[in-house]
Write a new protein. Structure first.
Length: 150
């Protein structure tokens, strides 16, 4: 019980000392006055490192190859699907390739027409070939037999 009383007394003593230290002498203003601090602009620059990444990006690929002769858009321009972005040089090379392909197409069309005419001629001769020269339907020997190969 004695220790408890001593502890309470010690706590009261410390509290009193603290209150006396915090209180002012007379509670009025002291001799110190507030002064304004001037605002000064710093001449230092902030240096920061980083990496800029675009919000959207697109990988471009082209059907043909060649040297770019003219760029038709500027950086930051809005483009839509199907817009021409660049013109390629070496136009003569591509024009000659198109002309060669057109000639090949024309030759293939002529071959197809000749094949159609030959087919029509064979189709017209088919009834006569089936009936034979005498008008009867003769079948070659072995017609209709099936043979198995081992």
């Amino acid at each position: 019980m004695k220790t408890r009383a001593l502890t309470y007394g010690f706590i009261l003593l410390i509290s009193g000392v603290m209150l006396a230290a915090c209180g002012g002498a007379g509670g009025g203003p002291t001799g110190a006055q507030a002064t304004e601090v001037p605002i000064a602009a710093a001449d230092t620059a902030v240096v920061a490192e980083g990496r800029l990444v675009p919000r959207e990006s697109v990988d471009l690929s082209f059907v043909t190859s060649g040297q770019v002769a003219e760029v038709l858009v500027e950086e930051g321009d809005a483009v839509a699907k199907g817009d021409v972005l660049v013109r390629l040089g070496s136009r003569e090379q591509f024009e000659s390739a198109v002309a060669g392909a057109e000639l090949e197409l024309q030759a293939a069309q002529e071959e197809q027409l000749a094949a159609q005419k030959a087919l029509e001629a064979l189709t017209d001769d088919l009834p006569q070939a089936q009936t034979g020269p005498g008008g009867s339907q003769e079948r070659p020997p072995g017609f209709g037999r099936r043979t198995a190969q081992v």
